[in-house]
Design a protein around this ligand. Structure first.
Ligand code: PHE
Length: 348
């Protein structure tokens, strides 16, 4: 009779176990049959009600059933876990054939790239790259450069003045003040280039920025002549714009050089025939230059009878526009990634 009860219990338990499909159902089942208040614990309690003869056999049968169900439980648990894992793998599957997500890497700004390229060209010609202040004393921006106060040439540089009680302070409108600062610090021979930001009070349009970058070049030594200037600039232009570039020097006026020149290369678009880029002239002016004015040499304490020098100043945005065929200078400083990401040439 009691053994029948145990058989019934075994059948029920087995059926329940077979239909348990989740870990929750499994733990419910475990509590119901094998737990502290479960069916097998109840069965053990019935021992007391049995006669002394019946007890050992019943006790043994209950223990055997307990072992049997525990093993069945563990086996079922394995199966349920395996099935759950399979289901998860099927839904969360990683498709290794999908293309990876590209890492967005930043790139150097095109002007920064060009500054590095120009510095490297001049480094090979023996020039050191240095930098100077953007907020500048008018003495360096003008007076020491042979542009005294009230000199009409000051109008050429539409200067932004910074409020100051005692001294005239400006945002430098060109990098030329660094000619003076460099010569004050160094003894000849001097060979430097100075890239850096400049500012002018200028209305913004496709070819004018109120903020831009220039590079100044300066060489001072004994016996330097216009020939050195011409040779160096021609080499620079050919390294930057191609070895077949023709160059042209024409007279120009800057108060801090004498003689002064404007330097042009033949148009790389039409090769001199005349087109929109060179405005029909066949030539593209890329910088101003000249022999350092004796007054400027004297202002820094160099002996103008012993030393001669040459200098040039050149806008990077203009160089970049020519080199990359960009028609609007404003593109450089609008932080538009569609524009900037086109210059992802890897530079160190
Ligand atoms: N500083 C001049 C400018 O900004 C360029 C220049 C530099 C000309 C050096 C001659 C010599 O226009």
């Amino acid at each position: 009779m009691v053994t029948d009860q145990l058989d019934q219990l075994r059948r029920d338990a087995q059926k329940g176990l077979d239909s348990a499909a989740t870990t929750n159902e499994l733990s419910d089942w475990h509590a119901r049959y094998l737990g502290r208040k479960g069916a097998l614990t109840d069965a053990m309690r019935q021992l007391g009600a049995l006669s002394a003869e019946e007890r050992p056999a019943f006790g043994k049968a209950v223990n055997a059933l307990k072992t049997e169900l525990s093993e069945a439980f563990e086996a079922r648990q394995e199966i349920v876990r395996g099935a759950q894992l399979d289901a998860r793998l099927a839904t969360d599957a990683i498709d290794v054939t999908l293309p990876g997500r590209p890492l967005e890497l930043g790139t150097l700004h095109p002007i920064t790239q060009l500054i590095r390229e120009v510095s490297s060209i001049f480094a090979h010609l023996g020039f050191q790259t240095i930098e100077g202040p953007e907020v500048e004393d008018a003495y360096y921006a003008f007076d020491a450069l042979n542009i005294p106060k009230d000199h009409p040439a000051r109008d050429v540089w539409d200067t932004i003045f910074v409020q100051s009680e005692s001294r005239e302070i400006v945002l430098r409108p060109h990098t030329s003040p660094m000619q003076v600062r460099t010569m004050e610090r160094l003894k000849p021979p001097v060979r430097v280039i100075v890239p850096g930001r400049c500012y002018r009070y200028e209305a913004l349009d496709a070819t004018h920025e109120w903020h831009f970058q220039q590079v100044e070049g300066l060489a001072v030594d004994e016996h330097l002549t216009m020939t050195d200037l011409k040779g160096t600039l021609a080499e620079f232009a050919r390294q930057l714009f191609g070895p077949q570039r023709k160059v042209r020097f024409r007279c120009d006026y800057f108060p801090f050089v004498e003689p002064g020149v404007d330097f042009a290369i033949d148009c790389m678009v039409c090769h001199g025939d005349g087109c929109r880029v060179c405005k029909g002239t066949g030539w593209i002016e890329i910088l101003g230059a000249g022999m350092v004015h004796p007054n400027v040499l004297a202002n820094v304490g160099y002996d103008p009878d012993k030393y001669t020098g040459w200098a040039f100043g050149c806008g990077f945005e203009r160089l970049a526009m020519l080199k990359y065929g960009i028609t609007d200078i404003r593109a450089f400083y609008q932080s538009d990634l569609r524009f900037l990401s086109q210059f992802d040439r890897a530079t160190a």
